[in-house]
Design a protein around this ligand. Structure first.
Ligand code: PRP
Length: 218
């Protein structure tokens, strides 16, 4: 797999994503780990952010430092992306948060939009689209379609788990959008998995439904 795909190999990330996969991890702990992973991935995904020189008065003298030169918009995809917002904001407290709500139709697996709270002025921002799961890629692509139609140039996707199918779909339509995740799993479930009681379109082996597992609705 090539393109702008960054899979963290940090031991903290591999440890925490393993805890997320564990079916015995309850929703309070699950939420905490999503928050922790979002902060670590924020550190990695911001490695190429632009900075500009600034003078700073220390207790001893004036010296040169550097400060962020980019405005940032965090775009959580509801619901599951909500759990990644605080972790990102820990490192990017100046960021604006713009909510997009999609649910995935269970039959067609196509994203259906139900909420859009983008501000009027957003084209000058760097955007981080947040969603723990990149499965077919449909929800992320729908979010990117909206952001690009509003003139946003610099966009990154930050998630936790991706399927190869979702990475390929996102790269095919938006090859310039980097993808930052904790792990890429083997595949998506399909009709052949129905005999094992598994619905299609789930990341396998995965961690289940990230929204339900965060909010205790599973
Ligand atoms: C899940 C997940 C992603 C989407 C991924 O959301 O949180 O948003 O599906 O699938 P895709 O890549 O195939 O589009 P879901 O529709 O279950 O909604 P939820 O976040 O409210 O649980």
């Amino acid at each position: 797999m090539s393109g702008l795909l960054y899979v963290s190999n940090h031991p903290l990330v591999t440890h925490k994503i393993t805890q997320l996969r564990d079916v015995t991890t309850d929703f309070r702990r699950f939420r905490s780990i999503v928050d922790e992973l979002a902060m670590i991935l924020a550190y990695e995904a911001t490695a190429d952010m632009n900075t500009q020189p600034v003078s700073v008065q220390t207790p001893l003298t004036v010296t040169e430092g550097r400060t962020f030169a980019e405005k940032v918009g965090l775009v959580p995809i509801l619901r599951a992306g909500l759990g990644m917002v605080d972790g990102m904001l820990n490192l990017l407290p100046q960021a604006e948060v713009w909510h997009l709500g999609f649910y995935r139709d269970e039959e067609t697996l196509q994203p259906v939009i139900y909420y859009n709270k983008l501000p009027a002025d957003l084209s000058t921002h760097t955007c981080f689209v947040l969603d723990p799961m990149l499965a077919t890629g449909g929800s992320a692509i729908a979010a990117l379609d909206i952001l690009r139609s509003r003139g946003v140039e610099k966009i990154k996707f930050v998630g936790l788990l991706a399927a190869p199918e979702g990475v390929a779909a996102l790269h095919a339509k938006y090859p310039d959008v980097s993808i930052h995740v904790a792990a890429v799993d083997e595949r998506l479930t399909n009709a052949g998995d129905a005999s094992a009681g598994l619905p299609p379109g789930f990341i396998w082996p995965g961690l289940g439904d990230a929204g339900d597992r965060q909010f205790g609705t599973g």
